[in-house]
Write a protein that binds this ligand. Structure first.
Ligand code: NAP
Length: 320
C-alpha cells in the first residue's frame, strides 16, 4: 500500500513538513537520512530562530520539532534514499542503510508513495586536495562543532578556511579550546554577517589571513600544518597547525535523483516559486536542497510548511 506522504530529511524543513502533513491527517513517514536532525545538530547556539529570547541549542530545537510532529502522528524511520522512480504513480524510492554513506550503497527496500517531499539538505564542501582527504579525521574536519572539543585540538593552533557565517561561527567556537585560530579567506572581505564578522575581527585569539588560499595540508599521520599562498603577491608560506577545519559552504544532497528532477546550475532542485512544486508531479522540495540563497533554519522551516500544504492540495486534486 502506497504512503500518502514520504518526507526525506529531518532538518527544520523536513520536520516542519512532517508537522503540517501530520496535522492534516496524512500520517507522513519521515526518513531521517544519514544525519538525523540535519545541520542544526552540528551547530551550537541558534540565536536567530524566532521565539527563543536567549537562543536555543540546535539539537534541542530539532528534537522539539520532531516530538511536535510525532504528537500529530508523523512516523520516523532511519533510512537513506539512494534511488527513486518519479516518472510513474505511485512514486517509488529505494532505501539503504542510513549509515552507509558510500556512493555504492544499495537499496535494501522499496517504498511507494503518492507524494514525496524532499528536504535532504546539503553537505559540507571540501577543497579537493589529496592531502585534505588523506588527513580527514586525522586533524582535518568539516565540522568544528562536532570535532573541536577532541583532545587533539586542545591548546593547539588551528585553522578554519572560509569567510562566511559558518567559518566565523566555527572559528569563534574553536577559540574555546585552541591557543590560536587562523581564519584563511580567499578575499579581502568576509562574506559573513556584520555581527559575526565583527566578533571574529575583535577576537584576540583569531587572526584572519586575507587574500589567502590553501596549497596543501601538511603532515603524514596527522595534521601538522598548512601551506598558504597569498593570492596578491604569489608568496607561499608554511604555518604549523594541530587542526584544519573547512567551512566553505555546502552542496545540495541530490545524487539519489539521478537526473529525474530539474536542478539549477549549482545542483539545487528547481521549484515553481512561490510553491514547493518540482518538475515532477507529486514531488515537492524544501530547505537547503532547493535554496541556494537564504539557507537559514527559519527559511527552511517555512519552505517545509509550503511543501506540506502543496502536497496536501495535490492529494486533494487526485481525489477530485
Ligand atoms: P557561505 O555563506 O556560502 O560562505 C562560504 C565561504 O567559503 C565564502 O566566504 C567563500 O568565499 C568560501 N569558499 C567557498 N568555496 C571556497 C573554496 N573552494 N576555497 C576557499 N574558500 C571558499 O556558506 P556558510 O558560511 O556555510 O553559510 C551558509 C548560509 O548559512 C549563509 O546564508 C549563512 O548566513 C548561514 N549561516 C548563518 C549562521 C548564523 O547566523 N549564525 C551560521 C552559519 C551559517 P567567498 O566569500 O570568496 O565566496
Amino acid at each position: 500500500m502506497a504512503e500518502k506522504v514520504i518526507i526525506l530529511g529531518s532538518g527544520p524543513a523536513g520536520l516542519t513538513a512532517a508537522l503540517y502533513a501530520a496535522r492534516a491527517d496524512l500520517e507522513p513517514l519521515v526518513l531521517e537520512g544519514g544525519q538525523p536532525g540535519g545541520q542544526l545538530t552540528t551547530t551550537t547556539e541558534v540565536e536567530n530562530y524566532p521565539g527563543f529570547v536567549e537562543g536555543i541549542d540546535g539539537t534541542k530545537l530539532v528534537d522539539a520539532m520532531r516530538e511536535q510532529a510525532k504528537r500529530f502522528g508523523a512516523r520516523f524511520e532511519y533510512g537513506r534514499v539512494v534511488e527513486c522512480d518519479l516518472s510513474q504513480r505511485p512514486l517509488t524510492i529505494g532505501v539503504a542503510d542510513p549509515f552507509d554513506t558510500s556512493d555504492e550503497a544499495k537499496a535494501q527496500k522499496q517504498l511507494e508513495t503518492q507524494t514525496l517531499i524532499i528536504g535532504t539538505g546539503a553537505s559540507a564542501r571540501y577543497l579537493g586536495l589529496a592531502s585534505e582527504r588523506r588527513l580527514l579525521n586525522k586533524g582535518v574536519s568539516a565540522c568544528a562543532v562536532c570535532d573541536g572539543a577532541l583532545p587533539i585540538f586542545r591548546n593547539a593552533t588551528l585553522a578554519v578556511v572560509g569567510g562566511g557565517d559558518s567559518a566565523c561561527e566555527e572559528a569563534l567556537y574553536l577559540t574555546k579550546f585552541a591557543s590560536k585560530v587562523y581564519m584563511v579567506h580567499r578575499r579581502d572581505q568576509l562574506r559573513a554577517s556584520t555581527i559575526m564578522a565583527s566578533r571574529v575581527e575583535k577576537h584576540e585569539k583569531i587572526e584572519v589571513l586575507w587574500n589567502s588560499v590553501i596549497e596543501d595540508v601538511l603532515g603524514d599521520e596527522k595534521v601538522e600544518g598548512m601551506r598558504v599562498k597569498d593570492v596578491k603577491t604569489g608568496a607561499t608560506r608554511d604555518v604549523e597547525l594541530g587542526g584544519f577545519f573547512l567551512a566553505i559552504g555546502h552542496d545540495p544532497n541530490t545524487k539519489f535523483l539521478k537526473g529525474q528532477l530539474k536542478l539549477d546550475a549549482q545542483g539545487f532542485i528547481e521549484v515553481e516559486h512561490p510553491s514547493a512544486r518540482t518538475s515532477a508531479a507529486g514531488v515537492f522540495a524544501c530547505g537547503d536542497v532547493m535554496d541556494p540563497h537564504y539557507k537559514q533554519a527559519i527559511t527552511a522551516a517555512g519552505s517545509g510548511c509550503r511543501a506540506a500544504l502543496d502536497a496536501e492540495a495535490y492529494l486533494e486534486s487526485l481525489a477530485d
